[in-house]
Design a protein around this ligand. Structure first.
Ligand SMILES: Cc1cc2nc3c(=O)[nH]c(=O)nc-3n(C[C@H](O)[C@H](O)[C@H](O)COP(=O)(O)OP(=O)(O)OC[C@H]3O[C@@H](n4cnc5c(N)ncnc54)[C@H](O)[C@@H]3O)c2cc1C
Ligand SMILES: CC(C)=CCC/C(C)=C/CC/C(C)=C/CSC[C@H](N)C(=O)O
Length: 479
């Protein structure tokens, strides 16, 4: 479609994580070569995609695994000439604080029989339940390939799975799975550990993020060779955006006269750099960082009506990398040689001070099978609080190095949830509201593409490309 007006002159993207860098990429794709794109980043490009160095090698410390059906991320890896590394599989044990309630065997048939014996058909039914949700979720790729955009996160979810999807934000994964007939034992012993390993929270999280979390323990997971953050630096390069190191402090609407005399509406973005306070004006602003006082902490000055606050508490998760030997007796194994788990998930137990732990491989070498857990290995521990020396001494019989990264990792989920708006003002778009539905790398990319399409259609007045009803039916007949 031929644009009826000039392209915007300058666009600011606040935040250089996967959401911000993907937004820069899609904005370039839509608005073309002439627009100046600036990505304002207060820390490191990559954001929650980051590695920690240990003994000369890098390990994923934040977002680490991607699903085989995360098609945007797959596309980026291909387009940017990066390589996929399959996540290595290790034997999983589910620990309840007293004993292992499930111990994975290296024999497929043994696992099948154990699962059937303990949980009946629940595991198979869960797989089908998640597949049904994923099937609907995949519709987003078709909509976005055809350039359709949504003005709110709720409308986007509704277009994928109707009111079943939007309702998922109003109930816990516990309620949803109980309603669907899953047993308490299965929910507590299998579903809950998956929520704890992925989101550091139990079965009271909303059922949409719960389903995403269950997808996050399926087989076929992968990561990016060299580190997932390479996608972010690659997207910056591909989008020809300029990264400005600085902390955005405030955004304010301004009206300036054009050379012709007509007024033009712009946004004044003020940011702090190492050389002091500075700023610039932009036609469009895309915010790609969680907006709350403890996170992006941006003041919206002189907006009428005011841009509201979004009370959106984020959950603290601590990643601890430990090079050492696990103390198998802590987990009730007197004979260390019988201990064969490379990943330990946990059920809800107030006595437990960890959510999970697992052997990890360096980002350069992710495809290789993990070391035998008995030998000294690099373990990644997820916990709510920073582990004390005493706790480390309980978990490990010996260790020589420890690295810690404290995150405000993802929303603290507490349904019913309401996602913050995508449109904060005429030409200010916000990506991270989608995290209230589910926080995951691919979710940020989907939100980034949606914001870029929305910004483009609203700039050129293509109202027929926004919030179309029955897209699934309409696109069935369109090739
Ligand atoms: C420990 C952990 C494990 C995870 N594991 C997975 C996983 O395995 N798979 C998965 O899919 N997801 C995972 N996630 C979630 C995933 O990492 C995030 O959902 C995703 O990376 C969010 O990307 P984003 O760009 O939206 O936000 P961010 O990555 O947080 O990017 C926001 C950026 O904005 C910058 N910024 C903030 N405020 C300002 C400001 N005022 N001015 C300028 N810059 C600012 C920040 O420095 C940051 O770089 C995990 C998250 C954590 C913490
Ligand atoms: C968005 C869709 C459809 C799928 C994403 C599934 C996925 C990969 C979910 C994981 C989300 C998450 C926050 C994981 C955190 S921990 C990851 C891993 N277990 C680790 O040990 O680092």
């Amino acid at each position: 479609r031929r644009p009826q007006r000039d392209a915007p002159g300058k666009i600011a993207v606040v935040g250089g994580g996967i959401g911000g860098t993907a937004a820069a990429y899609f904005l370039r794709q839509k608005f073309g070569r002439s627009v100046r794109l600036e990505v304002l980043e207060k820390a490191a490009v990559g954001g929650r995609l980051a590695t920690l160095e240990m003994e000369g090698a890098g390990y994923e410390a934040g977002g680490s695994v991607l699903h085989p059906l995360n098609l945007h991320m797959k596309h980026f890896v291909k387009e940017l000439g990066l390589s996929v590394a399959p996540a290595h599989g290790s034997l999983v044990g589910i620990y309840n604080g007293e004993e292992f309630v499930f111990e994975e065997s290296s024999w497929y048939i043994v696992n099948l029989l154990k699962l059937l014996w303990r949980y009946g058909l629940n595991p198979l039914r869960m797989y089908m339940w998640v597949e049904d949700i994923l099937d609907k979720f995949m519709r987003i790729y078709r909509y976005q390939t055809h350039d359709y955009a949504f003005s709110s996160n709720e409308r986007l979810l509704h277009a994928l799975g109707g009111s079943d999807f939007t309702q998922m934000l109003n109930q816990t994964i516990d309620e949803a799975m109980q309603k669907a007939g899953f047993s308490h034992k299965f929910i507590n012993e299998v579903v809950c550990p998956a929520m704890r390993v992925n989101y550091g929270q139990g079965i009271s999280i909303n059922s949409f993020v719960g389903a995403v979390s269950l997808a996050g323990v399926e087989s076929g997971l992968w990561s990016v060779k060299g580190g997932n953050k390479l996608v972010c630096t690659g997207l910056i390069y591909a989008s020809k955006a300029e990264v400005i190191p600085g902390t955005v402090l405030s955004i304010e609407p301004k009206v300036r006269p054009r050379p012709s005399g007509d007024p033009v509406k712009l946004y004044q973005v003020t940011y702090n750099t190492t050389s002091g306070l500075t700023g610039d004006t932009y036609d469009i602003v895309v915010i790609a960082a969680p907006l709350s006082r403890k996170m992006a902490n941006i003041t919206f000055k002189n907006f009428d009506p005011p841009v509201p606050d979004f009370p959106n508490p984020y959950h603290q998760t601590v990643t601890t990398l430990v090079h050492g030997r696990l103390n198998s007796s802590f987990f009730g194994y007197r004979d260390p040689s019988a201990f064969h788990f490379g990943a330990i998930f946990t059920t809800e137990n107030p006595k437990l001070f960890i959510n999970s732990l697992g052997v990890v491989s360096p980002v350069e070498d992710v495809g290789s099978e993990g070391q035998l857990p008995l030998q000294s290995a690099i373990w990644k521990v997820f916990s709510k609080e920073v582990l004390t020396k005493e706790q480390l001494n309980l978990l490990f019989s010996s260790y020589d190095s420890v690295k810690v990264k404290k995150w405000l990792a993802y929303p603290h989920y507490s349904p019913p949830e309401k996602c913050p708006p995508v449109i904060l003002h005429d030409k200010i778009y916000y990506l991270n509201g989608i995290e209230r539905a589910a926080s995951a790398v691919e979710m940020s990319v989907i939100a980034a593409k949606n914001a870029a399409l929305l910004a483009y259609h609203r700039w050129y007045g293509n109202t027929d490309m926004i919030d179309q009803e029955d897209l699934h039916e309409k696109l069935k007949t369109e090739l």
